[in-house]
Design a protein around this ligand. Structure first.
Ligand code: AMP
Ligand code: MG
Length: 495
């Protein structure tokens, strides 16, 4: 098989309204920042496109992979609640789709490879900071089991980018089930007033939810693509946000253009894992109103789904009232779906076999205690895990986490409740409560070093975060909460 047969271009084939041909702009002195050997293997990526000079040049945008067909995709979106009719890939270029050995089709995209027709005056570039952040965060999220886009490579360009100051530029190679967003549907439904919407909805439903479509059609031969898409995206995003809440992840910029229909986490701009727990926690420097605060995430995802539903109305039924009823019914599933999935995750985290009505008060008082005593989210749950497994003394957790009196009191109630739980529920806690998460102060240090040309810390962190649920030798460092001086209070999207 020739290599040119390896890329596919199914989305690009829908036409230039969807993807506009655009080539990357060459850079002066590419250098490797990271190459993800594990992901390359999972992709069945060819050896000769691996960690070598020729690939480096291609991933920097100076040459093209044989068979790639670079382009920029159109989309729109609600940003902080306001509709922007045209966004699009302003600093991303889709090279094509890659079929993994198991048949899964994946987008391969360069982020930061130069201007596109959607750059709207921007430079199409990315500073090294956001590239290092996305590489580390997305791969750590993957290891934690959270659906996410991934990072195959990161390269420095050798050219400066101009932000508040001059910063070194870099390019990320991103891999996703697809980059089609709620905002993509909005572009065709709202900006284009429906032109091309049907083709998009058919395409994306068959690409991501073919099994669900076939099942729905067995029950009802008239089932529409739009209905299946809305139901499945509702389910996928309820599950995704439940996972974020369970691990203390704050996305930071949950605009509709940053919500993928395939249900993967995308856009690691101002995101962060919480250190001390606070329901109202915000890191993003641009989220001044706290719209995307930790505790608001489920509600915001619900709101974003209602935008998707509204876009799909004309395809749900010819009769407007019927379409509205179908859309409403679908979106109304979100709260109960979220609660069901989140409760199951909480039950696992607290070592309970199942959630009972009376457990809600117990769990609420746990979170209240964490917030009141400013305790670390990740370490508090791991402490419960080691307590439940009688393994506290075998770890360095005792040095890293000192439970408050309030938490110790709470623990007594919890232990009483757990008298009736099975041993399997204790074991399960170890896979629900990580030892390490990609904490912001480490990400910040890795970025500073990479800016100075040193990628050693980046490699160390990447490697540590691949195995988040077990203790390792250097965890006195990696599992610890940040000291007061180390705490990162603000994150930036780096656009
Ligand atoms: P983001 O904040 O990454 O979700 O980006 C929002 C929109 O701004 C998208 O359409 C991006 O493509 C665009 N954008 C962000 N940064 C740049 C840049 N440096 N040059 C051109 N477009 C950009
Ligand atoms: Mg975005």
């Amino acid at each position: 098989m020739s290599t040119s047969a390896l890329f596919e271009h199914s989305y690009h084939s829908l036409g230039s309204d969807y993807v506009t041909p655009t080539v990357a702009t060459p850079v002066s002195a590419p250098k490797w920042l990271a190459w993800n050997t594990q992901l390359a293997e999972q992709l069945g990526w060819p050896e000769h496109w691996g960690h070598n000079d020729s690939t480096l040049n291609t991933l920097a945008g100076n040459t093209q992979f044989e068979g790639s067909k670079p382009g920029a995709a159109a989309y729109a979106g609600h940003q902080f609640g306001n509709y922007n009719p045209q966004l699009g890939d302003g600093r991303a270029i889709l090279l094509g789709e890659w079929r993994r050995p198991d048949g899964q089709l994946l987008d391969i995209q360069l982020k930061g490879a130069g201007p596109t027709p959607y750059s709207r005056g921007g430079d199409g570039r990315s500073p090294i900071g956001p590239v290092v952040r996305e590489y580390l965060m997305s791969e750590a999220m993957y290891a934690l089991g959270i659906p996410t886009t991934r990072a195959l490579a990161a390269v420095a360009t050798g050219d400066p980018v101009y932000r508040q100051q001059l910063e070194p530029g870099a390019i990320l190679t991103r891999v996703a089930k697809s980059h089609i967003r709620i905002g993509t549907v909005q572009f065709f439904a709202m900006t284009r007033q429906g032109a091309g919407l049907n083709e998009l909805v058919t395409y994306v439903t068959e690409r991501h939810y073919l099994g669900a479509l076939e099942k729905a059609r067995q029950l009802d031969p008239e089932a529409t693509h739009a209905q299946v898409l809305l139901n499945e995206v509702t389910r996928a995003l309820a599950s995704l946000v439940a996972h974020w809440q369970a691990l203390g992840f704050i996305h930071g910029v949950l605009n509709t253009d940053n919500m993928l229909l395939c249900g993967e986490t995308v856009d690691y701009g101002p995101c962060a894992f919480m250190d001390t727990f606070a329901a109202g926690q915000v890191f993003s420097s641009i989220d001044t109103g706290g719209r995307y605060a930790f505790g608001n995430q489920p509600g915001i995802v619900h709101w974003n789904l209602s935008v998707l539903a509204q876009c799909l109305l004309p395809l749900l039924n010819e009769d407007q009232d019927k379409a509205l009823a179908l859309a409403q019914e679908s979106v109304d599933q979100f709260p109960s779906l979220f609660t069901e999935i989140y409760s199951a995750r909480l039950a696992a985290k607290f070592g309970l076999d199942a959630m009972r009505e009376t457990d809600h008060a117990l769990i609420e008082s746990f979170f209240n205690q964490l917030e009141k005593d400013k305790l670390d989210f990740t370490l508090a749950f791991r402490w419960l895990t080691e307590v439940a497994n009688a393994s506290l003394e075998g770890t360095i957790l005792e040095e890293l986490f000192i439970p408050s009196d309030g938490l110790l009191n709470w623990q007594e109630q919890w232990s009483q409740r757990r008298d009736q739980a099975t041993p399997a529920s204790s074991t399960r806690m170890k896979k629900a409560n990580p030892v390490v998460v990609p904490r912001n102060h480490w990400v910040a240090q890795a970025i500073s070093s990479a800016e100075e040309g040193d990628t050693e810390l980046m490699e160390t962190l990447h490697s540590r975060w691949q195995d988040p649920f077990t203790w390792q030798a250097a965890d006195a460092k990696f599992a610890a909460a940040p000291s007061n001086e180390q705490i990162v209070h603000r994150t930036f999207c780096g656009t």
